[in-house]
Design a protein around this ligand. Structure first.
Ligand SMILES: *Cc1c(COP(=O)(O)O)cnc(C)c1O
Length: 360
């Protein structure tokens, strides 16, 4: 068996320890004689799994009691609709568009009400985060929406927007659990787990209780109502049971690693290795405004498409997988999520130095 360094933006690298533990428990989960995949989601064993997962996540993020934690399906993209359907009481919401995911969320919201694009960084191919300290927040906005870490472009909000009292809704798919957060600053925090937490198929929604009501847009399907899932502790129907079990293991792994502050320090250290190299390299350079750089997704280019392709190919042959940039932007992107070991980044930089010497 040999594992490569996987720089995929998602589905992405998971901690090896977690995978090993899951493998050990595959045929017989703790004396139940079955795998978690084969288990009733109403069983005692599974009840413990999902309750512990929630408790560990609450502890990690210090989630206050007036927030619900929901484990849902449909990916982050389903939330693009679920959010307006449940939250647009006045039929108005403000969107800050800092990349493709925020843009998709905005476009989806336009189907359900008056979505206002109050800021955007599209003028410079989403390479920065706009100043959000004094935006024209709509008087009757039900919420203000951001994508906190832009997976494709590699930017991150270092400071949350001033929403002037409106609830903030944030897609944190690609920065989930990468650093401490103050949950009280948000109305809704949500993310697909396949970037930084677990297998695709689970989306976690952390939502302030007062935002969960029966008053949803007419025609909202039962399955897309936050209230039904909140009232049933994410067990209204069969949840993505195995995925939640893996997420639970990752929560325990993060706790063992020292929690979110330790993750942040580790992530800063990893990202610094790569960004420092990009800043001094004569061949490679980063594509994002420095102060807005993501700790998780690091896009870079050589400025020459052919050379980019050569780099991706040679990197792959050397055991560095999935370094090709998103199809919409080209170049390269190294996603260095929580589970990417520091050696992975160090070795990548060594390889980049060697490539630079050979190709400059
Ligand atoms: C990957 C990603 C999505 C889409 O997630 P799906 O689970 O595939 O729907 C949405 N937002 C962000 C920030 C992402 O990185």
């Amino acid at each position: 068996m040999s594992r490569i360094y996987n720089f995929s933006a998602g589905p992405a690298v998971l901690p090896e320890e977690v995978l090993k533990e899951a493998a050990e428990e595959m045929l017989d989960y703790r004396g139940t004689g079955m795998s978690v995949m084969e288990m009733s989601h109403r069983s005692k064993a599974y009840d413990t799994i999902i309750k512990e997962a929630e408790a560990d996540l609450r502890e990690l993020m210090n989630i206050p009691d007036n927030y619900k934690v929901l484990f849902l399906q449909g990916g982050a993209s389903q939330q693009f609709a679920m959010i307006p359907m449940n939250l647009m009481k006045n039929g108005v919401a403000d969107y800050i568009v800092t990349g493709q995911w925020a843009k998709k969320a905005y476009q989806e919201a336009c189907l359900y009400g008056k979505a206002n694009k109050i800021a955007s960084s599209e003028d410079q191919t989403f390479s920065y985060i706009p100043d959000c300290s004094d935006l024209p927040i709509s008087e009757d906005a039900d919420y203000v929406y951001i994508c906190e870490n832009n997976t494709i472009y590699g930017t991150k909000f270092k400071k949350l927007p001033n929403t002037k009292g409106k609830p903030l809704v944030a897609d944190v798919s690609s920065c989930f659990l990468s650093e401490p957060v103050d949950v009280t600053q948000y109305g809704v925090i949500y993310g697909g787990v396949q970037k930084n937490i677990g297998p695709a198929g689970v989306v976690i929604v952390i939502i302030r209780e007062d935002l969960i009501t029966e008053d949803v847009l007419p025609g909202t399907p039962t399955m897309l109502r936050y209230k039904i899932h909140a009232d049933n502790d994410s067990l209204y129907n069969t949840p993505p049971a195995y995925g939640i079990y893996i997420c639970g293991k990752v929560f325990k792994w993060i706790k063992k690693m020292g929690g979110l502050q330790a993750m942040k320090e580790r992530n800063e250290k990893k990202a610094k290795i790569l960004y420092d190299f990009l800043d001094e390299s004569k061949l490679f350079h980063g594509t994002v405004r420095k102060e807005d750089r993501s700790l998780m997704n690091v896009p870079f280019v050589t400025g020459n498409e052919e050379l980019d392709a050569k780099f991706v190919k040679e990197a792959k042959a050397a055991g560095f997988e999935n370094l090709k940039g998103h199809r919409s932007v080209g170049g390269m992107r190294a996603s260095i999520y929580n589970a990417m070991p520091i050696e992975g980044v160090e070795k990548l930089v060594e390889f980049m130095k060697k490539f630079e010497e050979e190709n400059l």
